[in-house]
Unconditional design. Structure first.
Length: 627
């Protein structure tokens, strides 16, 4: 006889654990030793469920999602990891830090941008109020400029309606920047390693001392009146923006233990991190993730920020900052989090207000900074070559052609008509009519061509709706070089379209004249070569151009080259191909922004390109290693 068993799950109210007394008694000895919850589980014999995974030597195709940004990130992850495996073998350990913009969907990303704008405005206001307070209260001996902590203190104070988070007593501006007020971690830092804005409040120093290393509900929940007072004040805080902060007030020590914040630093459950972790597990390596604020804090603590910048802050204008971050991330393991929690626990016992900047963690080895500096100077930044034929093959709008005039196009006579276009009208009679009509309306196109106003041809019957104007004075021979003709069914060209993107440039040597010339190949021409339209199928890059020409090289966007300048060799990437002026724009290989003109180099395609500048094309892999 079969037996049917019905199971139901009970959810305890706040303050209760979902562990049995037996499990708690087995876990406690290991927790008292300082182990984090996840490790204590293993030590007590409650290991995590193991999932069978088919291990592979390299990463296969990544999982596809509905988010194109996530897909791109996972495909790039595959390229990098497989390149590392090919070069160095399969890694034993993988540490992952996910960029914030990959973690967000579109709605959250827009919300984040709006919040950043709001924060910038609040920081500016904090600077002004801080300076004002310093002038009015010299006894406070405030520094000339507010620190980041001072700005955060001011923003927290505003969020809390200028009151202490625990006593609800009003805090004046002069008190705010004095020793009377502390910035407190809602969930103690030693239990969460959470130094985010959402885990901080301002409070009177006496309240913070009483709270100690407890959560708000554990510290103040025993007094019904006190707790009601706190929770009522939380309702007045800005809804939505501070929801996660309010939630922290209701977390007990058991909740914190159950959430295992410290372990979550190593096993982030956000969307992109979850996908990356699951994807990488097929390699069988020990894989953990790291949150960005820990990396940022360590980078500053170990004096790594000014390796690429004179100031003590991260230089995001140099791609090599990712390499420095990667080294820091590699140093963050489970043991590190245990040590950091232990140090924070000691500091919290000694001081009611814990500043993470006061914590100190020694470098993994004494020569860390100098070793990184030496390595960074040898880095060649790899860029994804743009050799795929993509984008529009031609522009959307076209033009006609009149021999002896040039290219022409039609313009509507409406409120958007520009006075400068009058002289470009091709038909003399039409031009004269338009000119006179505008004079009658004070040269105001909005009035002259507004609703209900008509301009008629000389016959007095036909309305002039559009006029033909000159786009460019050119010859038929030049037109065929810069644009292509769209034909009707009879085979006659009725419109000339400008080509789309330039796919690459083929640099050739004229064997007779010894001149170096550049042949710029549009995406359309490259597409025709590959598809065999009007010619035999072949590669996008054509090497043979006749017996009189020697092929030197082809350059695409993001190709890496070396250029000699004043006797020194520098690495650049191709940023722009300009067929109009026969020139290539290069940018220094490690530049992460496009606004610094000192990092640019503009070179015309001629003999000096290979003489004076000794241009050399480099083939690199995804790791930046030259092949």
């Amino acid at each position: 006889m079969g037996v049917a068993v019905s199971l139901s799950l009970l959810e305890f109210e706040k303050g209760h654990s979902n562990l049995s007394t037996k499990a708690i008694n087995k876990l406690l000895p290991f927790l008292l030793e300082g182990q984090i919850y996840s490790d204590a589980r293993v030590s007590a014999g409650y290991d995590y469920e193991k999932i069978e995974i088919d291990l592979t030597e390299t990463l296969g195709a990544p999982p596809e999602t509905a988010n194109p940004i996530v897909n791109k990130g996972l495909h790039e992850l595959k390229r990098v990891v497989n390149a590392v495996i090919k070069e160095y073998g399969k890694p034993d350990v993988i540490r992952v830090e996910m960029a914030r913009d990959l973690e967000m969907n579109t709605k959250r990303y827009k919300s984040s941008i709006a919040q950043q704008s709001k924060n910038e405005k609040a920081n500016k206001e904090a600077e002004e109020k801080y300076a004002q307070m310093g002038r009015q209260n010299p006894h406070l001996q405030l520094s000339k400029y507010p620190s980041r902590s001072d700005k955060i203190r001011y923003r927290l104070w505003q969020d809390q309606r200028e009151r202490c988070a625990y006593s609800q007593k009003s805090i004046s501006m002069s008190q705010l920047f004095s020793a009377e007020v502390d910035v407190d971690h809602i969930i103690p830092y030693s239990q969460s390693l959470d130094d985010s804005y959402m885990n901080k409040v301002v409070c009177l120093a006496g309240e913070n001392k009483y709270k100690g290393q407890r959560t708000p509900i554990d510290a103040f929940g025993g007094s019904e009146d006190k707790w009601v007072q706190i929770t009522q004040s939380l309702k007045a805080w800005e809804k939505g923006q501070l929801e996660s902060k309010v939630d922290r007030f209701y977390m007990t020590a058991e909740d914190v233990l159950d959430r295992d914040f410290i372990s979550s630093q190593l096993n982030d459950t956000r969307y992109i991190s979850t996908l990356a972790l699951g994807y990488l597990q097929q390699l069988g390596s020990d894989i953990t993730t790291t949150k960005g604020f820990i990396v940022s804090w360590l980078r500053k603590q170990w004096g790594l920020n000014n390796i690429l910048h004179e100031m003590d802050h991260k230089n995001r204008g140099d791609h090599r900052h990712h390499a420095i971050d990667a080294i820091v991330i590699a140093c963050i393991d489970r043991g590190f989090h245990k040590r950091l929690a232990g140090i924070a626990n000691q500091v919290e016992k000694q001081s009611p207000e814990l500043r993470v900047s006061d914590l100190h963690v020694d470098e993994p080895w004494s020569s860390l900074r100098s070793d990184i500096e030496n390595c960074v100077n040898e880095i060649i930044v790899s860029h994804a070559f743009q050799r795929k034929i993509s984008g529009a093959l031609h522009e959307e709008t076209g033009a006609g052609f009149i021999d002896g005039v040039g290219t022409v196009y039609r313009v509507n006579l409406d409120s958007g008509f520009k006075l400068t276009q009058i002289k470009k009208i091709i038909d003399d009679d039409v031009r004269s009519l338009v000119e006179s009509h505008l004079v009658a309306y004070n040269n105001d196109p909005k009035q002259a061509f507004g609703e209900g106003v008509e301009l008629l041809h000389k016959d007095g019957k036909t309305k002039i709706k559009r006029v033909r104007i000159v786009q460019s004075k050119t010859t038929f021979a030049k037109l065929k070089q810069s644009k292509f003709g769209v034909m009707d069914k009879a085979g006659d060209v009725f419109r000339w379209m400008a080509y789309g993107n330039t796919h690459h440039v083929e640099i050739l040597l004229d064997k007779q004249s010894k001149k170096v010339i550049g042949k710029f190949i549009t995406a359309m021409e490259a597409s025709h070569r590959v598809k065999g339209l009007g010619q035999a199928k072949g590669p996008a890059v054509q090497i043979f151009h006749g017996e009189n020409y020697e092929f030197i090289m082809a350059l695409h966007i993001n190709d890496l080259v070396t250029i000699k300048n004043n006797g020194m060799i520098y690495y650049y990437r191709v940023q722009k191909l300009d067929s109009g002026i026969n020139r290539i724009m290069f940018r220094i290989h490690n530049a992460a922004t496009l606004d610094d003109q000192s990092q640019e180099k503009h070179l015309t395609i001629n003999s000096t390109l290979f003489g004076t500048h000794d241009l050399t094309k480099l083939n690199t892999n995804v790791l930046g290693k030259t092949l």
